[in-house]
Design a protein. Structure first.
Length: 224
């Protein structure tokens, strides 16, 4: 079980795209890519519906909006652009998945949120937030292994992992803790769910990558 915390690379399987810049994506790759992004958006919606705290990046966007003339939406957009600039020294390549990331996750968040239950009890909100983080991890595993280009934040994670060789869980966790600390310092609102996300999303993504990668490799082996 604890081997999940030592995941150090994103595996490549038969349905992975050969390169993130690939334009002509095979049909067998589209399925895991779109499903993974949809699950990621659903997990984000579950976290919002839980009502116990938003994700660290939303906290940072809120903090930036309070210290500038930007709205939270524009602050989030600017932050995404700044993160993409960090890809340059990390030699990360965008792809179709990078564009799909922004569109599908946002659409799923907007579409699913009205239909999700809003827990009345605080403990129920915590359970829902934990499940949402787990769903985000599984979704991340699917779309990252598809290798069609990560979203801005995941690209920062995979780029740092490739350059340092450190475990995925450690790097993602460090990024989220840094972001939520900066957001809080700028005046963003932090809840219990925010801390759960900051500490739990790294292991959740590592678990998702490990589980999806293992099952996919087993499937490849049986086909071979």
């Amino acid at each position: 079980m604890f081997q999940v915390f030592n995941v150090r690379e994103i595996p490549r399987v038969s349905w992975s795209a050969p390169h993130p810049l690939t334009i002509r994506i095979r049909w067998i790759t589209w399925g895991p890519l779109l499903l993974g992004l949809a699950l990621f958006g659903l997990g984000e919606a579950m976290l919002v519906a839980a009502g116990v705290g938003v994700s660290p990046w939303t906290v940072l966007a809120e903090g930036v909006s309070k210290t500038t003339a930007l709205s939270i939406g524009w602050a989030a957009l600017v932050l995404s652009g700044l993160v993409l600039l960090l890809w340059i020294p990390l030699r990360q390549s965008p792809g179709v998945g990078t564009l799909c990331n922004a569109i599908i996750i946002s659409a799923m968040l907007e579409g699913a949120l009205p239909y999700l239950p809003k827990p009345d009890a605080f403990w129920a909100g915590l359970v829902m937030a934990a499940l949402g983080i787990l769903v985000i991890g599984i979704g991340s595993g699917l779309y990252l292994i598809a290798n069609c280009g990560p979203g801005p934040r995941d690209g920062l994670m995979t780029g740092l992992q490739a350059r340092t060789g450190w475990p995925v869980a450690w790097i993602r966790g460090a990024i989220e803790v840094t972001v939520v600390t900066l957001g809080f310092a700028l005046g963003g609102t932090v809840g219990v769910g925010t801390l759960m996300f900051a500490l739990g999303v790294g292991p959740a993504v590592a678990l998702g990558v490990s589980v999806v990668g293992t099952l996919a490799l087993q499937w490849d082996h049986r086909r071979g």
